[in-house]
Design a protein around this ligand. Structure first.
Ligand code: CDP
Ligand code: MG
Length: 827
């Protein structure tokens, strides 16, 4: 009992102290010191440092003068030769033709909804129209425009583009602000930022003082952040009648948005694209003289579909399919699209169908097709990297005199970004490997060929930040349409879909809005931290409200982990979790690591749980792969296996043999690199928000105290817990909600005949016929008592009740006794 009180008290105290030291909750808004940005203060979206010190009259005078200067500058640029060239390009965009209509609609409506094909000039032109007309207006510039983007990379690249279209450097009239980075100055009147940044801004400044126009871009994506923002803005519009809201989207259910804003005005920008010829997998194979037939075969998940490739009677072949492609196709599996497990990734291993096929098609295009750039849609950064590595070994595709290979993803640097838009030299084919960021947010002009892998990573769980997220899933028909459309911008194009037509037929028409399909925990925390009142009431006012049950579940969960108290108020732990851009359970684990000085392995675990499975399991080598994984585990823990594997890799990297190490141990080298990068990112984040001292170099005092690390896992992942009941030779597993559950075959614990503890803490479960637990860690009774359940409530009794609930449910005699004697002592 004393120990429980101590742990509880210590954590509470620690967090309270930390928050007191900072004065208020740390704000990600402020830039990191040492950033090149000319910002860093917390004054607001549009700071005017000089206005603070000057008297009103002087300020007005300066403002007036600046306005005139800006106007002269704008006119001079538009009349310069370079400016003219750009004006010519701009006025060729479909959006430009609607300029007058749009401006007048904005001035006569508070809310305006604009839709138009990707690339028609919404993002780059619209904010400029407003800015330019303000600069030209007789009263001088009084506007402050914010344009939100769902992704940071889009915010940065668009702001760069707009600044260059205005003949300026970034940070003059046009700026940007994304997490931990930004560029804006005293003349900035147009700011591109991520939706998360604007939401955070609302934390300190509910009325967005000084802001005149808010443009919410890409609303068709229906991200959680955007839906959330719209509810907040709807309230704000009522309070600030002069504020203008403009919603923009590529494909749009304008009706839905218009009726949400009481019949708001809508404008559709007409567009045009060239026809695009579509090839599905069977068409691609047929060109090479093969047919594809489904062959239903059952594996331990139930419904995986195996396809067989048969040779057709020799026909006229356009080209000879390579034997590598032939081999990999034979082993290919196109999993049932409803199965959103990590296994569905197996076809994206460098040695499996996806990569070989892509290489084959790319090579074919380079050798036989007309000029034109190629855009390849992949699922994420790690896939892109792996593919790039593979292509670098290919004689044609690695030849810089023939191919310019570029990447387009959310963490690319600005040089690479610029290269994407540039035209390559004659005879060189530009190939861009992209994530779905190139679907609507970034337009590359000269694309003629598109390869579509059919998958995308679902956007993250987190409501306020775009953290890299977990599971690639099949995209919707709407997204396929968008991807295909990328090929027809400048001339008729070709689109290769790397999956059979019947898989396409099973895609959903449109992606469900995130708010209806994602866990709501982070969103609930944000509602609370923005002090928006009751969670359920707030969510009932959303564009499409999530189910009541889902909301209740999320609130219940947050209470269980101690982020909300009984009255749905944020606890001190809850406050801390709102500033960590990850699932609350992972944030909790990190906090534990900080407090108990065992951060290093915890960083690895949290990063490991945020990427795709680092342990590869090729379909035909399941046993070998399983054996390789079990060498990393003598602790009955998949989480600790990640730590060991990562550390082995780190050592191997020092000797420059990281790749061989991964190969030998069935590890994904890309996942290892991503884990490495994420660890750094999480650590600097913890430093930024003041939980870790910024000059700290070592993250461990008692490194590798296995008990502690296990405790951190338990602390974070509780209530993901299942009881282990040993029978003669096997053991049966139960959770409170599901009853009997099974271990996923990749778990190290699935290979154990006897698990020495009576509980398994797990991260994730999936339901396919039965419920399977993914990564799990075995923990003893005492740990569940000490670290399971809420420790931030300071309510020892409630804490015990919660663990006790499990104990009584499973009737564990030994622990139940312990629990009851503790209860007695407390009473
Ligand atoms: O937002 P929307 O998809 O309607 O188009 P946009 O992003 O405003 O881009 C309009 C046009 O500007 C595109 O068709 C591109 O040709 C061009 N653009 C560019 O060349 N370089 C950029 N960094 C951004 C846009
Ligand atoms: Mg756009």
């Amino acid at each position: 009992t004393t120990m429980i009180r101590q742990v509880d008290g210590y954590l509470q105290e620690y967090l309270t102290q930390k928050s007191r030291m900072k004065g208020s909750f740390p704000d990600l808004w402020s830039a990191r010191p040492g950033n090149n940005a000319s910002i860093g203060t917390d004054e607001g979206l549009f700071e005017r440092p000089w206005s603070l010190a000057s008297s009103r009259g002087v300020v007005e005078k300066i403002l007036c003068q600046r306005s005139l200067e800006m106007r002269d500058q704008q006119r001079a640029w538009q009349e310069s030769p370079e400016g003219r060239r750009i004006m010519e390009f701009r006025s060729s965009l479909p959006a430009y033709k609607e300029k007058e209509a749009i401006l007048s609609a904005i001035s006569s409506n508070q809310v305006l909804i604009i839709s138009g094909e990707t690339g028609c000039g919404k993002t780059t032109q619209l904010p400029q129209f407003i800015l330019e007309s303000e600069i030209e207006s007789v009263c001088g510039v009084v506007c402050n425009i914010i344009c939100t983007q769902p992704r940071r990379i889009a915010a940065i690249s668009v702001s760069e583009r707009v600044a260059s279209e205005r003949g300026e450097k970034l940070g003059e009239t046009v700026g940007y602000k994304v997490r931990l980075e930004g560029m804006r100055g005293r003349d900035t009147h147009l700011l591109f930022c991520t939706t998360g940044i604007l939401l955070r801004r609302l934390l300190d400044d509910r009325n967005l003082k000084g802001v005149t126009h808010i443009i919410v871009d890409e609303i068709h994506e229906r991200g959680m952040n955007e839906d959330f923002l719209l509810v907040v803005l709807k309230d704000l519009l009522a309070r600030r009648s002069e504020l203008k809201l403009i919603l923009m989207s590529a494909t749009l259910d304008a009706e839905l948005f218009s009726s949400y804003f009481n019949g708001a005005a809508t404008i559709k920008i007409p567009g045009f694209t060239y026809p695009v010829r579509t090839h599905f997998l069977e068409d691609i194979l047929e060109m090479s003289g093969y047919i594809l037939t489904p062959d239903n075969q059952i594996d331990d998940y139930g419904q995986e579909r195996i396809w067989k490739m048969n040779k057709q009677a020799p026909r006229k072949r356009k080209s000879q399919i390579s034997s590598a492609v032939e081999d990999s196709l034979r082993a290919a599996d196109f999993n049932d699209y409803s199965l959103q497990t990590r296994e569905s990734l197996s076809c994206w291993n460098p040695d499996c169908i996806g990569f070989n096929l892509i290489q084959y098609i790319l090579c074919n295009i380079c050798e036989h097709e007309r000029p034109g750039a190629v855009l390849v849609f992949m699922t994420g950064w790690d896939d892109i990297n792996a593919l790039k590595e593979k292509l670098h070994t290919h004689p044609v595709l690695s030849d810089p005199s023939r191919v310019l290979l570029l990447m387009c993803h959310s963490s690319m640097d600005s040089l690479e970004q610029r290269l994407i838009f540039e035209e390559p030299e004659d005879g060189v084919r530009k190939i861009v490997l992209a994530t779905n960021i190139a679907e609507t947010s970034i337009t590359i002009n000269d694309i003629v060929f598109v390869l579509d892998c059919g998958k995308a990573k679902e956007s993250s769980y987190d409501a306020l930040n775009n953290t890299p997220c977990l599971l690639p899933t099949w995209i919707s028909k709407g997204s396929v349409q968008q991807r295909r459309g990328r090929a027809g911008r400048v001339q008729p194009g070709e689109c290769y879909h790397l999956y059979p037509r019947c898989v396409y037929d099973s895609f959903a028409e449109h992606q469900l809005p995130e708010i209806l399909r994602m866990p709501l925990q982070s969103l609930c925390l944000q509602i609370k931290s923005l002090k928006l009142g009751s969670i359920s009431e707030f969510l009932s006012r959303a564009l499409q409200s999530p189910e009541i049950l889902a909301v209740q579940k999320a609130i219940e969960y947050l209470k269980t982990i101690g982020a909300l108290d009984e009255n749905e108020n944020l606890t001190i732990l809850g406050h801390n979790l709102t500033v960590l851009p990850m699932e609350p359970k992972l944030g909790k684990m990190l906090i534990f690591g900080v407090i108990f000085n065992c951060l290093d392995p915890i960083l690895t675990i949290v990063a490991g749980l945020s990427v795709r499975d680092p342990f590869l399991t090729p379909l035909d080598k399941k046993d070998l792969a399983g054996a390789a994984k079990s060498q990393f585990s003598s602790d009955y823990s998949d989480h600790l296996a990640i730590v060991r594997a990562y550390e082995g890799w780190k050592d191997a990297e020092k000797d420059l043999v990281g790749h061989e190490y991964c190969w030998k141990n069935f590890l994904s080298a890309n996942s290892m690199r991503v884990i490495d990068a994420l660890r750094m990112e999480f650590l600097s984040l913890l430093k930024d928000i003041g939980l870790v001292d910024s000059n700290m170099t070592s993250c461990n005092a008692w490194s590798y105290d296995m008990y502690l690390i296990r405790a951190a896992i338990c602390y974070g992942l509780y209530p993901g817990i299942c009881s282990v009941v040993h029978k003669d030779k096997s053991c049966s597993l139960k959770t409170m909600e599901d009853g009997k559950v099974l271990l996923h075959s990749n778990s190290v614990n699935a290979r154990e005949t006897k698990i020495p503890y009576s509980w398994l803490i797990f991260n994730e479960k999936i339901k396919v016929n039965s419920v399977f637990l993914r990564d799990s860690t075995a923990v003893p009774d005492s740990m569940v008592l000490l670290f399971g359940g809420s420790i931030s409530k300071g309510d020892v009794d409630g804490h015990l009740k919660m663990s006790g609930g499990y104990l009584e449910f499973f009737m564990k005699p030994a622990v139940a006794d312990m629990y009851h004697s503790m209860r007695k002592e407390l009473d």
